[in-house]
Design a protein around this ligand. Structure first.
Ligand code: NDP
Ligand code: 2IT
Length: 445
């Protein structure tokens, strides 16, 4: 089947999965030309096989809250593709989680992992359980119940989960503990573990730092200095906070942070002390960004994303999918934004991407810009296999090298005749070619 026919067919078969269809369409439209140059791939119906996950596990997760009430959540693992390595990808705990979202994330992860240069296939999992407002004991009981079912589907050379929205060091620790007990082995299944039990230095920082390293590469293509630039960030979780930390270290100004309740605007730029406050607020007190705004007397926009109101040179969306729509993108461009580097997965809608590309912005899709997180997960797996630990400097150096390499792949496959680098096309084609060649070599499975 031709790429366009595959999209139409998937629309017919999975009409209630908008995020999945959105992600597939973005990739297929940008690889279409390259795919059409390879009739042997079409003969093997390769694109359709690459779009449909290898398998999906779904299960009920029953757990008891502190008051003795019984809850039943859904649990999922989407094993999308393992042509180039064991399934690998995060776990998301959020009330919005459903199969459409996890299928889009697992699909994206396959291309992202291919770009990292490491041997990792693509997967994603999660639950419609939200840790927000739950006690530590409730989160622990939920994680244990989730892994009681998940454990039989994963393993160090089979499928290695990690964190994502709602899953940080605390949740990975509880899940890994239960996995270890059920599987009766201490292997590196799960990344993002604590340093005492096989975690890697720089893994918590990796997605945010990696995104800034990617941004630096993009700015370099136009001879632009990051110093003094105003950067609007959304989110205030793992990716957002470590993006902010690296930006401050490099002399940029962070002018916004947000959460699902609203946005805080800091026109003069966040200070190191304020960022420390946000780290503590989010990781220890599990509070809201509104509390930060109150503490420091900053403007707070209830229920809003940063994009319409916060003037910036650079936008780094780091919260969730489809958080920048066409109008947001128009506002960013009108306000002088020159670059968008995505920490989140698919934060820009197709309309927003069109606006950015039409205005010739430096625009990096998540699968390239946020690949630093899973890259250091890959490095954590490598350290676990060798049963040794690398220093922070060693890991950071490798992370920089990988982000540079991903940027180079985007330039190679995405540079248009007028010199504009289409990072969407570059990332999709480069990610696709490696997986497609591996699938062709391995036969029809
Ligand atoms: P966290 O749970 O640590 O933080 C998520 C942040 O985004 C929180 O501030 C949260 O606010 C906000 N948020 C979540 N959902 C929504 C929503 N529906 N609307 C508005 N704000 C929302 O997650 P991460 O920082 O790990 O993940 C952020 C993004 O980065 C996700 O898209 C994830 O897929 C992606 N990513 C993560 C990687 C990682 O290594 N962790 C690697 C690569 C990509 P609130 O607290 O109110 O929910
Ligand atoms: O979207 C992502 O790349 C992640 N959530 C990290 C996945 C991983 O396995 O580290």
């Amino acid at each position: 089947m031709k790429a366009t026919e595959v999209i139409a067919d998937l629309r017919r078969r999975f009409p209630h999965e908008p995020e999945y269809l959105q992600a597939v369409e973005e990739v297929l439209t940008s690889i279409e030309d390259v795919y059409n140059e390879h009739p042997e791939m079409e003969r093997y119906n390769l694109v359709e096989r690459l779009c449909i996950p290898d398998r999906i596990f779904s299960f009920r997760v029953s757990w008891v809250d502190d008051k003795g009430k019984v809850h039943n959540n859904m649990g999922y693992r989407v094993q999308h593709n393992n042509a180039i390595g064991p399934y690998k990808g995060g776990i998301r705990f959020h009330s919005s989680v459903n199969l459409s979202i996890l299928k889009f994330l697992a699909f994206e992860q396959t291309f992202k992992n291919s770009l990292t240069t490491l041997a990792m296939g693509g997967a994603k999992g999660g639950s419609d359980f939200s840790p927000r407002g739950k006690s530590d004991m409730e989160v622990m009981r939920f994680c244990q119940a989730f892994v009681e079912e998940l454990w039989r589907h994963i393993g160090p050379d089979t499928d290695v989960p990690a964190g994502d929205i709602g899953v940080g060091g605390r949740e990975v620790g509880y899940m890994y503990g239960m996995y270890k007990k059920m599987a009766r082995e201490f292997t590196g299944t799960f990344t993002g573990k604590g340093l005492e039990f096989g975690g890697s230095l720089i893994r918590p920082e990796a997605t945010g730092y990696g995104n800034v390293y990617f941004l630096l590469e993009m700015l370099k293509t136009r001879g632009i200095d990051l110093k003094g630039k105003k950067v609007a960030i959304s989110g205030s979780g793992n990716v957002a906070t470590y993006t902010a930390k690296k930006l401050l270290e490099l002399g940029a100004k962070v002018v916004s942070m947000s959460d699902s309740d609203g946005t805080v605007h800091i026109p003069d730029g966040l200070t190191d002390e304020q960022l420390d406050y946000i780290f503590k607020l989010k990781n220890f007190y599990r509070g809201r960004i509104r509390e930060f705004a109150e503490e420091y007397g900053c403007e707070y926009y209830e229920g809003e994303h940063p994009w319409l109101r916060v003037k910036c040179d650079i936008a780094m969306p780091s919260a969730t999918q489809n958080e920048i729509d066409g109008d947001d993108a128009e506002a960013l461009v009108a306000n002088g934004c020159i670059a968008v580097s995505e920490g989140a997965n698919m934060p820009s809608t197709p309309d927003a991407i069109k606006v950015f590309q039409k205005a010739r912005l430096l625009y990096a899709p998540g699968k390239a810009a946020n690949a630093g997180g899973v890259s250091v997960s890959g490095l954590e797996m490598a350290q676990n296999s060798q049963k040794l630990n690398w220093t922070a400097e060693e890991v950071d150096e490798k992370l920089r090298g990988i982000m540079k390499d991903i940027h180079a792949q985007c330039v190679k496959y995405g540079t248009e005749p007028d010199g504009y680098i289409n990072y969407v096309k570059g990332a999709n084609v480069a990610g696709f070619m490696k997986v497609a060649n591996a699938m062709m070599a391995q036969g029809i499975l």
